[in-house]
Structures are given as C-alpha cells and as structure tokens.
Design a protein around this ligand. Sequence first.
Ligand code: NAD
Ligand code: IPM
Ligand code: MN
Length: 359
Amino acid sequence: MKEYKVAVIAGDGIGPEVLAEGVKILNKVSELSGDFKFQFTYFPWGCQYYLKNGKMMDEDGLEKLKAFDAIYLGAVGYPGVPDHISLCDLLLKIRKGFDQYVNIRPVQLLDGAPCPLKDITREQIDMLVIRENSEGEYAGAGDWLFKGKPEEVVLQTGVFSRKGTERIIRYAYEEARKTGRTLTSISKGNALIYSMVFWDQVFAEVGKEYPDVKTYSYLVDAASMFFVKDPGRFQVVVTSNLFGDILTDLGAAISGGMGLAAGANVNPERKYPSMFEPIHGSAPDIAGKGIANPLASIWSVSQMLDFFGHEDWGSKVLKAIEQVMVEKKALTPDMDGQAKTNEVGDEVVTVLSKMYKAK
Ligand code: NAD
Ligand code: IPM
Ligand code: MN
C-alpha cells in the first residue's frame, strides 16, 4: 500500500489545534479508501522552540524535510518573538528554500459558508488565486543604513526576475487553459514603474502563446474594490507575492472568513516537497481556547490529496466540509456556532464516513 510521508510543523498559537483536525481527516480518508496511508513526523519548530534554542528550526531543517512527500504546516509567529525573525527563519525559509514558487489559494464560496456580501450566489465567488511565492516584494533585498541616526534610510527592494515572473504567469495561463477559465493579472504598473510595468509586459508576452485564454488586467486598487463589489469578474487570478497575500485575506473575508481559507505552496517540478497550510496566522487572540475553526486546515488537506493525485478524495473532503457548514450542527464561533475545534473535526469525520462507506 502506498504510504505518504508527511512532515507536520504545527507551529504556534492555534496552529497545533487546527492541524490535529486535519491529521484526523487524513487518517480517516486513508481508512475509507483502503488504498493509501500516511506516516506523520512531527517537528517541534516554532516560537517556543526559538525561545528555548535561539533558532526557529534546526540548522539542517531543510535537509531533514527534503525526504518528505509533503509538509503540513499550522501557523508561525507569536508575541514574544519578532515576526520578521519567526516568519523569515521558518515559513518563508521553507517556501524559498524549496522553491515553492506557486501559491495556490482558492477563493470559492462553498455551500453553507457565511458571506458578508449582499445577494451573492455561490457561482459569483469562484476564483483560484495564483500568487507568486518566491520573490517579488518578499525577496528580502534591502538595507538599513545609519540605523538609529537622524539620517536613517531603509530600502526594501522588490525583485522581479525574468525567470520568476515568467514561470508564475505561465503556470497561471496553463491553469486557465486546462480549466477553460479566464485569467486576470493584478498588478500596479501606474505607480511601480519598473517591477509592475515589467510584470504587465511579461503577462502580455506569455499570453501570445495562449490565444485561447481570455485575459483581463486590473490595477490592484481597483481589483480590491471589485473583489467586494463584483467578485464574479474573477476566475483564475495571477498576482505578485505581496498583492496575493493581501488579496487572499480579502478573498477569505468574502468567502467564509479566515477560518476557512486554505493555501498550497507548490514546487511544480516536484524537486522539493510542497507545503499545505491554512492561510491564517496563529491567532493569538483565540489561541488555547479550543475555538479555532479547523476547516481551513482541513481544506488544505483536500489540496494535499489533490496534489498526491487523489482528486476524488480531495473533492470528497471538500464536500464533507460543505455538508458540515450546511447542517450547522458543529461550527466554531467565527461561523456563529458554539462548537469546539475538535468537535468540528469530528463532525467532518462523521460526515465523511456516512457519505463514503469503507471498502
Ligand atoms: P491571524 O490570521 O492569525 O488572525 C486574524 C484574525 O482572524 C484574528 O482575529 C483571528 O482570531 C482570526 N482567525 C484566524 N484564523 C482563525 C481560525 N482558524 N478560526 C477562527 N478565527 C481565526 O492574523 P494576525 O493576527 O495578523 O497574525 C498573528 C500571527 O500569525 C502573527 O505573528 C503573524 O505574523 C502570523 N501569521 C502567520 C501566518 C502563517 O503562518 N501562515 C499567516 C498569517 C499571519
Ligand atoms: C500568509 C502569511 C505570510 C505571508 C506571512 C506570515 C509571512 O501572511 O501566508 O499569507 O505574507 O505570506
Ligand atoms: Mn497572509
């Protein structure tokens, strides 16, 4: 029987709480399918690890992770450790170190998901945001000159390489072609006169190879407005690292909230493991209370199943999430329920088992 090796980095705050539920689902899926199973290896990395050991992960952490088929990550960052250290030395280190240059974030209104927008149907919020995940505004290039002096200067340079820009845009065109959907590029060429003018140029250039794909191009400020006023305009979306970060929190807000939004950090060449995570953070305001919504981390499990080629199970998990939200028997307070994190996970397991009997 095929066994997938999954590295689990639960991380900080609500990370471990929500990840436990995703692991539960994977184990259930393996039992129901009877065709494959999972072997989980837990890594204790995160802010507590940093406070004890002075580092966010082992020095040879990437080396250790290399052998896995996938990484399942909770959340990183907690008060007490500066965010620029915790995130740079763990989450971003993995994304960059493993060249996970595609960040796939579905913004899709599932059945039963709460939506703050008026008169919206499920079909009107159904996009796939493809975020550049390896460079751009997150390249980490810059300087801090004359620190603490009156003449202090800081520089944060966006890095948009030809290779990095082309490959993400090409990935998005391929996705749009494969699924017969439109492709929208979101940029800001009217103000970022090097990086985003270049981005727009590459979008047009690569587009010549995809005459069958209908394209649109929006400035990020207008796009944000349309995410709220008319999200039906967007199908496949491609955008830069920072814009993608911001737009997908907005996307989460219109399609069920932070507790439901998932993301896959993918190295398409499969030279390195890809990483699956809820897109939310460690939520210090609710950590330890057992009320974090685990559905985002469960959705990311569905993305992992897709990635392993078990799309049938990926969509079954998604269907189970939908049914749990439609039935409203066990939902956490962010979805106006009163259930605990583990009760929601248990309910997804129950629904999955009812929907699909074991072989
Ligand atoms: P956050 O996503 O942790 O929280 C924002 C708001 O959403 C909070 O009110 C929180 O309670 C709520 N929320 C988030 N996830 C939820 C869930 N599953 N169920 C119910 N409510 C949920 O963002 P933040 O407060 O800006 O960041 C907190 C920390 O997490 C910071 O250190 C930040 O850098 C880090 N962070 C990490 C990641 C990651 O690891 N992928 C992502 C975002 C932020
Ligand atoms: C996300 C997060 C990260 C990002 C942070 C924590 C570095 O917000 O995954 O959306 O900006 O990519
Ligand atoms: Mn984010």
